[in-house]
Design a protein around this ligand. Structure first.
Ligand SMILES: C[S@@+](CC[C@H](N)C(=O)[O-])C[C@H]1O[C@@H](n2cnc3c(N)ncnc32)[C@H](O)[C@@H]1O
Length: 260
């Protein structure tokens, strides 16, 4: 199943992710989380997220922008019926192979998160999205409206994204120096190779969007969801981040419930 892609920027991002999928799979293989998270979801989800997953067994869950599918496999390990949605056919292909190896039954849908037309309204009890997905999406409101449309009334919407305070710095190791104004959403256009982690210039054009905390909160509210909890969490600084960001929040979580 596939759906229409929103615009040429998303199409370019899809091509880049398709091209990057092999290297991303190698990278996630060396981490090995995708194998271990089925038994131990705490290596993927924070304690606050886990609190909202305590009765997820048997429930219908969708992961939007599923990427490495670590969240998908962790949710399946908790007994949820999981649908994994991503724009990249190649990413989904690796995920499907891994699901087979793990013996998990997952539904995979190739789709742009801003157009989930392949999915009927009010299908899911919970939607999880996060870890660098919104940065690739040019219309945050449309993305979360689609998430809300496929959620059942009273269903939970969990946004667990990389903290936007980490996106503003120049990639130099010695000092924190602002490169991108926090309020400049983009699009940021880059010509990149096929490694999404250690970015080198290359033949793939991609587009990033730097949404602010206010943008995320407003998009959730405008999608008809009521925010129940917000949690900024994590301190880990990966090698790929380069800037010395110790002490800055790593991720932020918005927990919201679709209004009945
Ligand atoms: C960094 S990954 C997602 C997070 C995941 N934890 C990971 O690290 O793999 C980003 C994913 O978002 C997907 N993506 C980018 N733009 C998208 C869009 N418009 N609709 C659906 N998926 C999209 C990419 O294909 C990629 O698999």
């Amino acid at each position: 199943m596939s759906s229409k892609i929103l615009n040429d920027m998303h199409l370019a991002n899809q091509k880049r992710w398709d091209a990057s999928a092999k290297r991303w799979a190698e990278c996630t293989d060396s981490r090995g989380i995708w194998k271990r998270c089925v038994e131990d979801p705490s290596i993927v989800f924070s304690p606050t997220v886990l609190k909202y997953l305590s009765d997820i067994e048997g429930k219908k869950v969708a992961v939007l922008g599923s990427g490495d599918n670590e969240a998908v496999f962790a949710l399946a390990g908790l007994g949820a019926q999981v649908t994994s949605i991503d724009i990249s056919t190649e990413q989904l292909q690796y995920a499907a192979e891994r699901a087979d190896l793990l013996g998990l039954s997952i539904e995979f849908i190739q789709s742009d998160v801003t157009n989930l037309a392949a999915i009927k309204v009010a299908q899911f009890d919970l939607i999880y999205t996060g870890g660098h997905v919104a940065v690739w999406v040019s219309d945050l409101k449309r993305y979360y409206q689609e998430a809300s449309r496929i959620l059942k009334p009273g269903g939970w919407f969990l946004v667990d994204e990389y903290h936007p305070f980490r996106r503003v710095w120049k990639k130099v190791p010695d000092a924190l120096e602002v490169q991108n104004d926090y309020y400049r959403r983009g699009p940021y256009e880059y010509s990149m190779g096929d490694d999404v982690l250690y970015q080198e210039k290359g033949v793939y054009t991609c587009y990033e969007f730097h949404w602010t905390i206010g943008d995320f909160i407003n998009a959730v509210i405008q999608a008809g969801c009521q925010i129940k909890e917000v949690d900024e969490h994590g301190t880990y600084v990966g090698d790929w981040e380069i800037s010395p960001m110790k002490g800055l929040p790593e991720l932020f979580l918005i927990v919201a419930q679709k209004q009945v």
